[in-house]
Every structure is written in C-alpha cells, then in structure tokens.
Design a protein around this ligand. Structure first.
Ligand SMILES: Nc1ncnc2c1ncn2[C@@H]1O[C@H](COP(=O)(O)OP(=O)(O)O)[C@@H](O)[C@H]1O
Ligand SMILES: CC(=O)N[C@@H](CCC(=O)OP(=O)(O)O)C(=O)O
Length: 255
C-alpha cells in the first residue's frame, strides 16, 4: 500500500476506535515535513542526540509545520471520515508547560527545544468527554512565554501518564524493538525495564527508539497499563494490537 493510503487507513482506524467506545488521543510528530520545508528555504537541519537544534527562525518553521500543516491535515482527514477531531498544540488551554532542555554542555546548545515540565490535561479531558478526538502538536511554552519545540514521543509519554491512559501506543517505521536494530527477525514481543536499561547501555536501543522506550517506561511507572511500540507502516496496526491476541510490535513491561 502507498504511504498516503496507509496514512488514511490508520486515521480511519483511529476514528473507528472512537465509534467502539475507545477514546483515542493523537500526538503527532513531523520531523520529515519540517526538514522538507527547511530544505526549501535553504536552512540546514541540525540534530544533537536526535533532537533538532532549533534557533528562533527554525522554531517559527517547526511551529508552522507541526501546528498548522500536519495537525490540520490529520484533523481534516478525520473529519472527512465523520469523526469530530480537534487540533491543538501544547500551547492551547495551558496543556504543556515546558522548560528549555539543557545538557549542561555549551557544545550542546539546542536553542528553543523544550522538555515537558507540566501537563494540564483539562482541555484534553473536556474534549474527550464531549466526543472529540484531540490531535496534539508537540509545541509548548515556558514560563517566559517562549515557544519551545518538544520531541513528540516525549509529549506522548507524559500525556498518557497524565491522562492515566490505559494504553500508550507508539507508531514508528519498524516492527518493534529489535535485538539488532537492522535485523527484522530479531524483534522481541516483550521487553522488561531491566533489559531495556541494559540494551540502552550497550547501544542496542538508540536514536529515535530512545525517547519511545523512555516514554513507555515513564508511562508504566505512572500507571499506564500497557505500552507498545508498533509499526505504523503496515495495514491496521492499531486494530491488530487492540482487538486480537496476535503479538504485534513490542510491549514494555515492568520488572
Ligand atoms: N533496538 C532497536 N530496534 C528497532 N529500531 C531501533 C532500535 N534502535 C534504534 N532503532 C531505530 O529507531 C528508529 C525509529 O525511530 P524514529 O526514526 O525516530 O521513528 P519515528 O520517526 O517513527 O518516530 C528505527 O527506524 C531504527 O532505525
Ligand atoms: C526537539 C525535536 O527534535 N522536535 C521534533 C518535533 C517533531 C517530532 O518529534 O517528529 P518525529 O516524530 O517525526 O521525529 C523535530 O523538530 O523534529
């Protein structure tokens, strides 16, 4: 299936969940789309430890792409499927208070990159109660009123914990966590905290997989019952995970 078709199917499945009494909340990223726009404007994209170095100009583009382009594209697709989707960012209703991410290393200055300090889930809870599907762009503000760019995976983990969600599901471009990131046959269907920490320490889990496993562990610690990492580029990953016993992806478990 083409990527666009898969995207539409995925969005259709999310709207279907709402019909059967499950309340999905969507947090989206958009790194590739941000890179595309930066490239068009001849601005170089730089990353440190998987996070985008975000100067003032880049922040404007990040916000435009995430909160306007990607967010509204998802909302429009959902609403086309008769769902009631509402797109917001971490700025709306005081959802995300962030602080600048600081590595305490002058060589690692990320600029306007944030980490979640506090989530105020009130607006999201109200939207859910009223039958809407909240769709959230990972942009927040700090106490000084500065706009900050936050990794989408971190926002999803924090939000799931704060909402006391039953499940946190990360959709990515691989079938789950692998013993060898490049070997599809090495996927594990479950992984416990102890192994995760070991796999991180010896580099088996790295790059973009790091904020996902960290988000899962944090969410589990804070009461989310099940957390999964699944491939979003296959047919119906959410339905398979939620409605069948088939082991798709990787489930993160406490020791
Ligand atoms: N142990 C691992 N198992 C699977 N993938 C891994 C592992 N360690 C690192 N990765 C990498 O993490 C990537 C997923 O993260 P990322 O590219 O940020 O995805 P997304 O854009 O979907 O958030 C995979 O494509 C893979 O290259
Ligand atoms: C700080 C930071 O890196 N923010 C991310 C936010 C978007 C995101 O997380 O997108 P993906 O899920 O596609 O990676 C960025 O600027 O790309």
């Amino acid at each position: 299936m083409a990527d666009d078709e898969l995207k539409e199917k995925l969005i259709e499945d999310i709207t279907l969940l709402k019909y059967v009494g499950i309340n999905p909340v969507v947090v989206h990223g958009g790194g590739p789309a941000i890179n595309k726009t930066l490239n068009r404007l001849n601005i170089k994209a730089n990353f440190i430890d998987g996070l985008r170095v975000t100067d003032k100009e880049t922040m404007e583009i990040v916000e435009m792409v995430l909160s306007a382009q990607i967010n509204k594209e998802i909302v429009a697709l959902m609403n086309k499927m008769q769902a009631k989707a509402v797109g917001i960012s971490g700025k709306d209703g005081g959802l995300i208070t962030a602080k600048k991410k600081n590595f305490n290393d002058p060589k690692k200055d990320l600029g306007f990159v944030g980490e979640v300090e506090q989530i105020n889930p009130e607006l999201v809870e109200k939207l859910i109660e009223d039958g809407y599907i909240p769709v959230i762009a990972p942009v927040g503000v700090n106490a000084q009123g500065e706009t900050l760019n936050i990794n989408a995976d971190s926002v999803a983990g924090e939000l799931a914990a704060s909402l006391k969600a039953e499940k946190l599901i990360y959709l990515t471009d691989v079938d789950g966590i692998r013993y060898d990131a490049k070997d599809a046959s090495s996927r594990v269907s479950q992984l416990r905290f102890k192994e995760i920490k070991e796999w991180i320490a010896d580099g088996k889990i790295q790059g973009g997989m790091l904020p996902k496993v960290e988000g899962c562990m944090q969410a589990v610690e804070r009461g989310v019952i099940r957390t999964h990492i699944l491939n979003g580029l296959v047919a119906h990953p959410l339905l398979l995970e939620i409605f069948t016993d088939q082991g798709v992806g990787t489930m993160i478990l406490k020791d």
